[in-house]
Design a protein around this ligand. Structure first.
Ligand SMILES: [Zn+2]
Length: 128
């Protein structure tokens, strides 16, 4: 999970920067109550930019700072919102991308490539 940055928050007017390494159990329960989604499903929809999921994220992050914003009023200026990968995440993502490329290359040459050796036909036992 990345750094979440807001320069001028529409909810409280200040600048935020949270290191969000994932929700705690209490936060997960809250997220479930707010969005009806649990763990993985929630993370996926937040990644996809689902508005309720993002609102829940902004909501729990504010709670971490002891700021309570009514959930229905949570607002966000997308132009002012940034999720920045940590260095470790960046390294992990690049590693994953490398792996994915290897797999894709292997698939491609399996399908198209002349680089694979064709197995030589087996001699039949009768000829020996
Ligand atoms: Zn705020």
């Amino acid at each position: 999970m990345p750094f979440v940055k807001i320069n001028k928050c529409l909810n409280c007017g200040i600048a935020h920067e949270w290191l969000f390494e994932g929700p705690t159990l209490r936060e997960l329960r809250l997220i479930k109550k707010l969005t009806g989604q649990s763990g993985k499903e929630y993370m996926q929809s937040a990644d996809d930019g689902d508005p309720d999921s993002l609102a829940a994220l902004i909501y729990i992050l504010h709670q971490r700072d002891k700021i309570t914003v009514p959930f229905d009023e949570v607002d966000l200026d997308f132009a002012d919102f940034d999720m920045v990968e940590t260095d470790q995440e960046k390294a992990e993502r690049e590693e994953l991308e490398k792996e994915a490329k290897k797999v894709a290359d292997a698939k491609w040459s399996a399908k198209n490539g002349p680089t694979r050796k064709v197995a030589s036909p087996r001699k039949s036992a009768a000829t020996e």
